[in-house]
Design a protein around this ligand. Structure first.
Ligand code: 0RA
Length: 676
């Protein structure tokens, strides 16, 4: 137990310190982003970032993160150890200052700057404030030092509890469950984040160990495939390995991945890239290990240098002739996978979501470093250069050939809904906020939907057959595909550089396909189209998936619709129906030859129908179960993790067959109701 201090033994400064951490507990969201699962995980990132800082300063190469029973997290590094000496001005140990003072983290030490930093770079004191308990254990100067805290306040002074030959820091914490909505950690979230951090901090050995009890673990199904519950990440190649990882399911256009690392005054620049046969670009910018989805100064410098260097090389080598146009920014981006990672003393993140790097010094640092190194790489690796320029020239040619065709379609306004497609049954409302469009598979379901709908607000667009796979086609081919053209005209937004979300004619775009393999294929193709060409509609929450029922059950006069197998199980349980009785009833419905008398009494009263396709429902049923806004269920499509989604689209829709085969083999066991 700590000895109670007299009330006035804290100086004025210390009192504001205490208020500081009180503020963190009062408004945790302001410091940690949220009190939901994301905020909870930020607690880990914040602690781990401190160890990465120590690694970046060159003093640490091993970090381990352990998930312990009872929601404890422990982070250990082999750095110098947080100093435990008494701070001359503040009269408390440096350790206590770091753990209990807001923003104290980078204020002292050897003048090295803090390069990493969590979302808010708030420091470990915030983690302390938001934890019911924290324990710091420091190995330093031959001793083991410990100090414990509760809700951000030290329980006692730091004290030595033994001797040690090692050096390093362990911070263990238990998040305060009165502050966080959940204190359950997701193994997958932790692994995904730390894998990325391991790529961004080359040479650091990361170990992640799951020592939680069975119950906590079992809620986390992604933990199951790893029986030893330990993951190790160590990438000697850093972001070069990252590029290799991203491209593992893609066809590379050259063998050697480009890589450069250079310190330009205060800016540390690291770039890796490789071209693939893809049509889209996969660019991942980071500043101080934080992702910048909206780009910024480093990306601008990179883009300028990339276009200039490739043009200059191609002209020098006479690959581009005098009469040829320069390669455009668009040409050199096609199929590019690149990581740009800068580390700088005071990163400024701009924009509404802080997703953009604002530091002007990052631009020339990246531009100069990259153009020089990339030109040398091209000169020294002529085969790789050939692969890269080949891809860019191909992109340029295809684009030029397509451009006239595309311009004709795009610019003439042919896609802008002056002439709505014939098969669209439009709604009478002209207000997007009241209007929705059902994209329906096949003419027969389309017919039912047209009859069943609310004409005022619901438009129906039937699609015939398979939709073009946009993952393997450029925009010009999309524009010659009649099914997709009809869809784009109906939406009203246009596409590509002419896309305008203001012109969207319906606030809800609802994909309605059968609950079978063909239906899910068509749904995936449509989602690929929206993901690649209309991401704003997904982000804006306009895209939905209709949920038609799987079964109808009539029991006497009572009619029930069941939408999932879970619904069905619940229904059977509630009405005391056995699996045999259910099967019997279902079979007799679908098989004329089963005689009435062979049925059990219970099965006779049950009228069960399994819906395979939308076409099996009459218009009234379709309205009642799937389209009536008062009662229907729909799934809103979200991009939870754009990179993961993009990867799955790559595998399932891209040109490479091997990864698709592997994916299907791996996941086949988890696919239920494979309806062939
Ligand atoms: C400031 C100074 C020194 C080490 C650290 C901070 C430090 C902080 C953390 C946080 C997690 N792990 C850490 N490891 C080290 C060292 C000053 C010196 O020894 O000269």
């Amino acid at each position: 137990m700590a000895a109670k201090k007299p009330k006035n033994s804290y100086g004025a400064e210390s009192i504001t310190v205490l208020e500081g951490l009180e503020a963190v507990r009062k408004r945790p969201g302001m410091y940690i982003g949220s009190t939901g699962a994301a905020g909870l995980h930020h607690m880990i990132w914040e602690v781990v970032d401190n160890s990465f800082d120590e690694a970046m300063a060159g003093h640490c190469n091993e970090i381990s993160i352990t998930l312990l029973p009872d929601h404890w997290i422990s982070v250990t590094d082999n750095g110098r150890g947080i100093p435990v000496g008494i701070h001359p001005k503040k009269k408390v140990s440096a350790l206590e200052l770091v753990l209990t003072t807001l923003h104290a983290g980078g204020k002292f030490g050897d003048g090295g700057y803090k390069v990493s930093g969590g979302l808010h770079g708030v420091g470990v004191s915030v983690v302390n404030a938001l934890s019911i308990e924290v324990k710091a254990e420091i190995h330093r100067e031959g001793k083991i030092w410990v100090q414990e805290y509760t809700r951000g306040k030290a329980k006692a002074k730091v004290k030595a509890i033994g001797t040690s030959k090692k050096i390093g820091t362990t911070i263990s914490f238990k998040a305060d469950e009165t502050i966080f909505e959940t204190t359950n950690y997701s193994w997958k979230t932790i692994i995904d984040h730390l894998r990325q951090q391991a790529y961004l901090n080359k040479g650091v050995k990361l170990t992640i160990i799951d020592k939680r009890e069975g119950e906590e673990k079992s809620t986390d199904i992604t933990a199951k495939p790893f029986p030893d519950h330990t993951y190790k990440f160590y990438f000697e190649g850093g972001i070069k390995s990252y590029v290799k990882h991203i491209n593992r399911n893609r066809e590379a256009k050259h063998d050697n991945i480009f890589y450069i690392e250079k310190q330009v005054e205060e800016v540390h620049v690291e770039i890796a890239l490789q071209y693939t046969a893809e049509y889209s670009e996969s660019l991942h910018p980071f500043a101080n290990n934080i992702t910048n989805p909206d780009g910024g100064m480093h990306v601008q410098g990179f883009r300028t240098a990339l276009t200039r260097t490739l043009n200059s090389y191609a002209r020098n080598k006479k690959i581009l002739k005098e009469k040829d146009n320069n390669l455009t920014g668009e040409d050199v981006r096609e199929g590019l996978t690149a990581i740009i990672s800068v580390k700088l003393p005071e990163p400024q993140f701009e924009g509404q979501t802080k997703g953009k790097l604002g530091n002007p010094e990052a631009r020339p640092a990246v531009e100069a470093t990259f153009s020089e190194a990339f030109m040398i790489y091209l000169e020294e690796h002529p085969k790789d250069a050939e692969g890269i320029i080949g891809k860019c020239v191909l992109a340029a040619k295809a684009r030029q050939a397509a451009r006239s065709a595309r311009d004709a379609v795009l610019r003439k306004g042919a896609l802008e809904g002056f002439t709505l497609p014939g098969k669209l049954a439009d709604c009478s409302s002209r207000k997007a906020e009241n209007s929705e469009i059902y994209i329906v598979e096949g003419d027969s379901a389309g017919g039912s939907a047209k009859q069943g709908r609310d004409r005022k607000t619901q438009a129906i667009l039937p699609l015939r057959g398979k939709v073009l796979n946009v993952e393997r086609a450029r925009l010009d081919r999309i524009l010659t595909n009649n099914e997709l053209k009809s869809l784009i005209i109906a939406l009203g937004t246009n596409i590509g550089e002419m896309f305008n979300i203001e012109k969207l004619r319906y606030s809800k775009v609802i994909i309605m396909t059968d609950a079978d393999v063909d239906g899910s294929h068509i749904r995936t193709l449509l989602l690929t189209l929206f993901f690649r060409y209309f991401p704003d509609l997904i982000n804006n929450g306009n895209i939905y998936i209709a949920q038609p029922p799987l079964y109808s059950i009539r029991k006497g006069k009572e009619m029930t619709w069941l939408y999932t197998d879970k619904d069905l199980a619940a229904y059977k349980k509630q009405h005391g129906i056995t699996d045999e009785e259910f099967l019997e009833a279902e079979e007799s419905e679908n098989n004329e030859e089963v005689k009435e008398k062979t049925k059990s009494e219970k099965a006779k009263k049950l009228n069960i129908q399994r819906y395979k396709g939308l076409g099996e429902m009459n218009p009234d049923q379709l309205w009642e179960t799937t389209m009536n806004p008062e009662t229907r269920m729909m799934k809103r499509v979200e991009i939870e993790d754009a990179e993961k989604a993009s990867e799955i689209f790559d595998i399932l829709m891209g040109g490479e067959v091997a990864p698709r085969k592997k994916f299907i083999q791996t996941h086949a066991a988890s696919v239920k109701n494979l309806d062939i």
